[in-house]
Design a binder for this molecule. Structure first.
Ligand SMILES: C[S@@+](CC[C@H](N)C(=O)[O-])C[C@H]1O[C@@H](n2cnc3c(N)ncnc32)[C@H](O)[C@@H]1O
Length: 203
């Protein structure tokens, strides 16, 4: 079976929901791939808020977006990326309710989490189960009707196994009158293989 990229699967789920003019959050900016993807979907008039605890991640993402804008390299639907649609926030995602302006609460159409450590960065700086669960809970309150949360979790690294189990546990306890929840496994069928959690607010 061909190896599937759960990042691409997460993007496909989000593409079905996110529209130009919408509002999205990248809860773990990292190298900025998901941030650029979200910007593509909401440009030219929407908004993306991006969180990371590492200033270096935010700086490289800002540079990546500006370079795409200068070169016109990423032009999606013939709409160029708009850097003014992006707000990068140097803070933990557990603080997103305070950092995202109140006017957007309940109106966020998509929220992405890509847990673990920054590829190519310091592997000791990883998402922590406690703050991850707080952030996902807050995210579920910020979501609009029909909004979506994707959480890509990696049980293969130290601490990632507990975090993945706890995320699953949290998702399975969500109010079923308000949320639908599904899990996509990678094709590896190993306990340590990444897992994608998808939460959709039904109303
Ligand atoms: C797997 S990387 C994200 C990859 C990214 N989405 C991309 O497209 O390149 C995880 C990121 O989460 C960040 N992170 C860890 N704890 C965090 C927290 N509490 N709040 C926000 N970001 C956090 C790390 O600094 C790291 O950059």
């Amino acid at each position: 079976m061909p190896r599937i990229s759960l990042v691409n699967v997460a993007h496909n789920f989000i593409k079905d929901v996110l529209r130009p003019g919408d509002i999205a959050i990248d809860a773990t900016v990292g190298n900025g791939h998901d941030t650029v993807f979200l910007l593509e979907q909401v440009s030219p008039s929407g908004k993306v808020f991006g969180f990371d605890i590492q200033q270096a991640a935010l700086d490289s993402t800002r540079a990546k977006v500006q370079s795409h804008c200068r070169t016109g390299e990423r032009v999606f639907r013939n709409v160029p990326l708009r850097p003014e649609c992006l707000t990068l926030i140097h803070a933990s995602h557990k603080d997103m309710a305070e950092k995202v302006p109140r006017q957007y609460h309940g109106k966020i159409n998509a929220i992405m989490f890509n847990l673990g450590y920054l590829p190519g960065g310091d592997k000791n700086i990883i998402t922590q189960t406690e703050s991850t669960l707080i952030a996902i809970n807050i995210a579920s309150h910020l979501l609009s009707s029909n909004g979506i949360i994707t959480i890509l979790a990696y049980p293969g690294h130290h601490g990632g196994d507990v975090e993945t189990d706890q995320v699953k546990n949290f998702c399975s306890k969500l109010d079923k009158d308000q949320f639908e929840f599904s899990i996509v496994d990678s094709s590896e069928y190993k306990q340590s293989a990444p897992r994608l959690f998808v939460i959709q607010k039904t109303h």
